[in-house]
Every structure is written in structure tokens, then in C-alpha cells.
Design a protein around this ligand. Structure first.
Ligand SMILES: Cc1cc2nc3c(=O)[nH]c(=O)nc-3n(C[C@H](O)[C@H](O)[C@H](O)COP(=O)(O)O)c2cc1C
Length: 169
């Protein structure tokens, strides 16, 4: 697919078929995620790939709007032990967001559906996910990405709005 088409076809998918996602696809997704930019190239991220039914069921209870029935979830975590020091540390959020968007776009390109469910900065949800995955104090879950073959097809779209563009010429 052309990149432009992938960008417009990527939509949040919240209903999935039962078919499992092949392991080669998971590898492709992780390669795409880790191709992203990060401040000073710190790559302050960890990816948890979850296919265990029990863990998936627990994740569905971890946050209010993240109850998708999917066979695969990837939790993108910031790793503060790799992040920049002191006031620059919060750059991990942009770094992990860039990785997440790469992952979502590659998912679309592979014919998968995915949805980004936000966890950080919701403290209770962060604690829930950290407990389920056994994260260390240095790891902060940014989101849960549910993935699978899509059972719905929202229309591709371009949300361009010229009111949001400001030229300084
Ligand atoms: C930071 C962030 C948090 C989000 N959290 C949720 C969520 O908890 N549950 C959900 O169903 N969708 C969530 N979404 C998906 C958005 O609702 C979705 O991207 C938005 O409505 C635009 O639709 P689209 O993804 O189809 O373009 C989140 C997206 C982002 C970027």
C-alpha cells in the first residue's frame, strides 16, 4: 500500500475476528515501532506482547475504555532507566507515542486492525497494568494496543483542516 493510503486507512478498530495474529506479523509490528525517532536516540521503551487469555482478561479490567475482545495486545511502556535525565525525562512520552503510531501504521499495512487505549497519565490504570504485567518502578505503561484481523471497516479518511494551519511567510 502507498504510505498515503495507509495513513488514511488507519482507523481505530475495536472489533476483531477470532483468528490469531501470526508471529511474523508481531515481529513486523515491533520492528516498525522501534524504527521510530526518540530524543537523543535513547529508545526508552519496552513492549509487552500479550496473548495469554488470563492476562488479556485482566487487561480488559485495567481501564474503563479498554475492554476490547482481542487475541493480542501490545503494551507500550516508557522505561525511565533509559530516558533522558531530570526535566528532559518526559520526552519518553513522545518517544513511545512515535513508536506506537509506527506500530499502528504497520498494522494497517499488514491488513490488521488496532486501537490505541490510553493508560498514562491515568494513575489508577497505570497501577493496574503495572501489577498485571509485573512492571518495575522504572516502567510506565503508556497504552494498551489491541490487535487482530478487523471485524469492522471504518472508512478511510483525511482529517485535513486548513484552520489548523498557520503559515509564517
Ligand atoms: C492517547 C490516546 C488514547 C486513546 N484511548 C482510547 C481508549 O481508551 N479507548 C478507545 O476505544 N480508543 C482510544 N483511543 C482512540 C481514539 O478514540 C481514536 O484515535 C479517535 O477517536 C480517532 O479515531 P481513529 O483512530 O479511527 O482515527 C485513544 C487514542 C489516543 C491517541
Amino acid at each position: 500500500m502507498e504510505l498515503k493510503d495507509v495513513l488514511q486507512k488507519r482507523r481505530s478498530i475495536r472489533k476483531f475476528k477470532d483468528d490469531p495474529v501470526p508471529e511474523e506479523y508481531v515481529s513486523e509490528l515491533l520492528h516498525a515501532a522501534m524504527s521510530g525517532p526518540s530524543a537523543c536516540n535513547r529508545t526508552p521503551w519496552d513492549f509487552y506482547v500479550i496473548t495469554n487469555e488470563e492476562a488479556l482478561a485482566k487487561l480488559r479490567k485495567a481501564a474503563r475504555y479498554s475492554k476490547m475482545e482481542a487475541k493480542l495486545a501490545i503494551v507500550v511502556c516508557g522505561n525511565l532507566s533509559k530516558a533522558l535525565p531530570s526535566q528532559l525525562a518526559p520526552f519518553w512520552i513522545q518517544d513511545c507515542s512515535a513508536a506506537t503510531e509506527n506500530l499502528l501504521l504497520r498494522a494497517t499495512d499488514l491488513g490488521l486492525g488496532a486501537v490505541w487505549c490510553g493508560i498514562h497519565p491515568m494513575k489508577r490504570a497505570e497501577k493496574n497494568v503495572s501489577e498485571i504485567l509485573g512492571l518495575s518502578e522504572k516502567q510506565v505503561p503508556l497504552n494498551i494496543i489491541y490487535l487482530g484481523f478487523p471485524a469492522e471497516e471504518p472508512e478511510a479518511r483525511d482529517q485535513f483542516n486548513e484552520e489548523n494551519v498557520h503559515f509564517i511567510r
